[in-house]
Design a protein around this ligand. Structure first.
Ligand SMILES: [Zn+2]
Length: 64
């Protein structure tokens, strides 16, 4: 079973063995809480606030 991890840089939630498809980052944490799914970043206020420019699942908070 793959664990979901959140990118420490942009908070995108990805599966275990990937680099972050959003920012290319390689630092992840499995300690995150809550998430938003962004389907249309151009039209999403949350995406703008969080600095998200592509669709995906993003953690709201990183615990560590
Ligand atoms: Zn990232």
């Amino acid at each position: 079973m793959l664990k979901e991890r959140a990118c420490r840089n942009c908070r995108m939630v990805v599966l275990e063995e990937q680099d972050c498809p959003n920012c290319g980052g390689k630092a992840f944490t499995t300690f995150w809480r809550g998430y938003v799914v962004i389907t249309d970043p151009e039209k999403s206020e949350i995406a703008k606030k969080m600095g998200i420019s592509r669709p995906g699942k993003f953690a709201l908070r990183l615990s560590r």
